[in-house]
Structure formats: structure tokens, C-alpha cells
Ligand binder design. Structure first.
Ligand code: ATP
Ligand code: MG
Length: 428
């Protein structure tokens, strides 16, 4: 029978890898809590219309990356390609943005895009996303970005990432700029790559993001978006930069930075690394003051970002920033053979778990010789093996064997003395 495989670009997260994910997620979650963010969970599937209306019809995501299907009721549904749309939908549906309530929210989970799978680019990937509603001024943009810097600092990768920053202005400013950009690029239309030629009509700003060397060369002479910024956006951007300066966040203004989703305006930013090859953006976001209204709510300002968990885990690995304590190895492996011993070990193990809640204890189950159990104990990564046979069980003692520190050998202890010893050994 042919083996059934996972879908291309959709990975299993194996037990050996999950501790790093948990470490990353819990580190980020604790920083988020320190800044007053609350978690929101919303479905993976939404009405297709939600994404079309928010992300924009002529973006890469909506044009060619969405997993869209008709359900049994012939309704068009889509696996979420990003989180902002669903987050806004949920906020509107539950009135979270009514009465000018301020909201600082975060979410995490899988996103789906039909892309060409490669290192750091998957079809099911995972993001931690953050959104803030009801705050139009640049202080919140600055706080968000400062918080992301704190993530990197806590994870030990602050020196491996760079912040790129831009303002893409008001929709009027972008419209004016688009005209100038198109007029300029039309002179070179034959030399542009095919995607950019197509975008010249549909979404010219995205041409700034083109990776084609010929197109990039032409772009060097293009008009700059910065020259078209409206006064309000300019002031907003100045305030953002001065707040970042005040807390020592280093950034590079990249006038060609645009985002792939239509809903952004004013602030856009990306954290990029050169440690991961082509997929170097680990976190990206910006301001989207028009989106809530576009999805049927009142005019409520919004700003947020999302980071790619896979890329961040790759970065932690590439930079050697996975602390040694990040693993799922037990502290103690409990080896047991004999009928009486088995009975006793079962109750001993529960006593240990009750009295030492911080201890990671793995009780051997399923029988087998001492020899085969010791092999498993060694492999488990535990530092200590507790060993109980029928003789020890009868006498109320237990053998303790040091698995890493071979010099320390083995000792026999009264059961009641085991608690204090383990408590001290593992700093519980
Ligand atoms: P890229 O330019 O790399 O395609 P994007 O602009 O499409 O990224 P966003 O929609 O802004 O990405 O998503 C935010 C973050 O999510 C990205 O910076 C990246 O870290 C991660 N990400 C996006 N798409 C993928 C993917 N297909 N696989 C893995 N991570 C992804
Ligand atoms: Mg993309």
C-alpha cells in the first residue's frame, strides 16, 4: 500500500523540535503580558470574502496564494493566510472595539499560503501576531516596535536582526506617488520583469518590492515615496523615529519598503536578518487605520505585526541561541523490575510528583530487564536513575545511580531520604 504523506510544505513538528517552539512562544508570551497584551483565538477558516476585502484583490496572497474551497453548502471558505483580518472580524463581531475601547491583542497559530516551499517558506507556517486598536498616534507604533526589540533581546538575537522602517503615507499620498512611479516606469516597460509589468497596472507600489536585478536597477532612478508624503504622515513618522531614538532602538529608513497587503498606511517596518538566506524577514507589520472601517466597523485606528515562528526558530539555531535547559528530557528515570517493586514504584513515583512538582520524572512502564531499562534511562537524557528491585522494595530502600556523573557512581538510600536529595540536586 502506498504510504500517505503529509502535504508538501506542511510540516510535522517532531518531539525533538517542540521544546524550542515552546521556549520561543513562552518567551514572547511573557513579554507580551508585561506590555498588557491579551490573547485572542479565532478560527483557521473564514469566509473568503473577508480576505478579499481586507488584504486586497490584486495582492499576491489573494491572487495566487490562498487555499480556497467550497464547503458542502457551496459557501466559499479560505484557510487563513494571515491573522489580522480574522482578528478584526472577531473584534467587530464581539463589540471589542465599541466605545473607543483600547485593545492590545495577540494571537498565534498556523497560516496557509500556496507558495513554493523552501527553507523558511512553507505552505502551512506559524505566526505570532499582535494588533492594537483605537490608537492613532505614533507612540503606540513606537511601543510595538520597542517591544519586538525586547523579544529579540530576550531571545539573544538582537545583534542578528536589523530594523527597516518606512512611512507609506496617506492613501492620497500613495495615489499621487503611484502616478509618478507609473509615469517613470512606463519609460522602461520592456526591461521590467513580467510580474512588474503586470503590476504596473494592478498594484504598482509592489514593484518596489521586486527581486529582479534589472527591475531593481531601474528603480534606483525612480521617484521616492518620501517626497510625496502628506504633512500628517510626515509628522507621525518623525514622532515615531524620535521615540525610537529615545530608547536607543537602531533602525534604517528604507524608502522602498512597502508591504504585500493593501491595508497598510503610514508606518511599515520589517525586522530582517542575514543569517537565513533569502527568507530573511522574521517579523513585519505596520499601521492600517482604514481596515476596520473597510470590514464594516467604525473608523478605528489599527497597527500591528506578525512574526514567523519557523524563521525565528531557524535563527535561534543558526546563532546558537537555544539555551541548554531547553529540552524535554526527564530529570529522573525510574527503573523498576519485579512484581512487588513495580507496585511500590508506581506509588513512589506519584509521591515524588506530589512532593516535588518541579521534578520531571519518567517511570519505566512496560517491563523488561534491568539492562534494557538502563539503556533507555541513558538515552532519555536524565541525570539520575532511581532503581527499584524486589529486594529494595521489601527493605524500604532504593538505589540511586548518577547517569552523567559517572564518578559519583551509585548509592542506596532510605526512601524517605530521596526527596531531600532530589530537591537539592535539581534546585526544586
Ligand atoms: P515574504 O516577503 O517573506 O513572503 P510576507 O511579506 O509575505 O513575507 P507577512 O505576510 O508580512 O509576510 O508575514 C509576516 C511574517 O510571517 C514574515 O515576515 C515571515 O516571517 C512569516 N512568513 C510569511 N510567509 C511565510 C511562509 N510562507 N513561510 C514561513 N514564514 C512565513
Ligand atoms: Mg509572502
Amino acid at each position: 500500500m502506498a504510504k500517505i504523506q503529509s502535504i508538501r510544505g506542511m510540516n510535522d513538528l517532531l518531539p525533538a523540535e517542540s521544546p524550542v517552539w515552546q521556549y520561543l512562544e513562552s518567551t514572547v508570551a511573557s513579554v507580551l503580558a508585561r506590555y498588557g497584551y491579551r490573547e485572542l483565538r479565532f478560527p483557521i477558516v473564514e469566509q473568503t470574502e473577508l480576505f478579499k476585502r481586507s488584504i486586497g484583490e490584486v495582492t499576491d496572497i489573494v491572487e495566487k496564494e490562498m487555499y480556497t474551497f467550497a464547503d458542502r453548502n457551496d459557501e466559499s471558505l479560505t484557510l487563513r493566510p494571515e491573522g489580522t483580518a480574522g482578528c478584526v472580524r472577531a473584534c467587530l463581531q464581539h463589540g471589542l472595539l465599541d466605545n473607543q475601547q483600547l485593545q492590545r491583542l495577540w494571537y498565534t497559530g498556523p497560516m496557509f499560503r500556496y507558495e513554493k516551499p523552501q527553507k523558511g517558506r512553507l505552505r502551512q507556517f506559524h505566526q505570532i501576531g499582535v494588533e492594537c486598536f483605537g490608537m492613532a498616534s505614533a507612540d503606540i507604533d513606537a511601543e510595538l516596535i520597542t517591544m519586538t526589540a525586547r523579544f529579540w533581546q530576550q531571545l539573544g538575537v538582537l545583534d542578528d536582526v536589523e530594523l527597516e522602517l518606512n512611512s507609506i503615507g496617506s492613501s492620497q499620498a500613495r495615489a499621487d506617488y503611484k502616478r509618478a512611479l507609473v509615469a517613470y516606469l512606463e519609460q522602461f516597460v520592456d526591461q521590467l520583469d513580467a510580474d512588474s509589468q503586470r503590476r504596473l497596472q494592478s498594484n504598482p507600489l509592489r514593484i518596489l518590492d521586486s527581486k529582479s536585478p534589472e527591475t531593481r536597477k531601474i528603480l534606483q532612478g525612480a521617484p521616492s515615496l518620501a517626497d510625496y508624503l502628506d504633512d500628517e504622515s510626515r509628522q507621525h513618522f518623525e514622532q515615531l523615529k524620535s521615540l525610537l531614538d529615545a530608547v536607543g532602538i537602531v533602525y534604517r529608513v528604507n524608502p522602498q519598503l512597502v508591504r504585500g497587503l493593501d491595508y497598510y498606511g503610514k508606518t511599515v517596518f520589517e525586522w530582517v536578518t542575514n543569517r537565513l538566506g533569502a527568507q530573511g524577514t522574521v517579523c513585519a507589520g505596520g499601521r492600517y487605520d482604514g481596515l476596520v472601517e473597510q470590514l464594516g466597523g467604525k473608523a478605528v485606528a489599527g497597527v500591528g505585526f506578525a512574526m514567523g515562528i519557523e524563521r525565528l526558530c531557524l535563527l535561534l539555531e543558526a546563532t546558537g541561541n537555544i539555551p541548554e535547559s531547553v529540552n524535554a528530557d526527564p530529570d529522573v528515570y525510574f527503573v523498576v523490575a519485579g512484581e512487588l517493586a513495580q507496585q511500590k514504584a508506581f506509588t513512589y513515583a506519584e509521591q515524588l510528583r506530589t512532593r516535588l512538582p518541579g521534578l520531571h520524572l519518567q517511570l519505566h512502564c512496560g517491563g523488561g530487564s534491568f539492562k534494557s531499562q538502563f539503556k533507555k534511562a541513558d538515552k532519555s537524557g536524565a541525570c539520575v536513575a532511581l532503581v527499584l528491585g524486589d529486594n529494595e522494595a521489601e527493605q524500604g530502600v532504593i538505589n540511586l545511580k548518577w547517569l552523567r556523573d559517572m564518578d559519583k557512581g551509585q548509592q542506596t538510600l532510605a526512601w524517605d531520604d530521596v526527596f531531600a536529595l532530589l530537591e537539592q540536586q535539581f534546585n526544586l
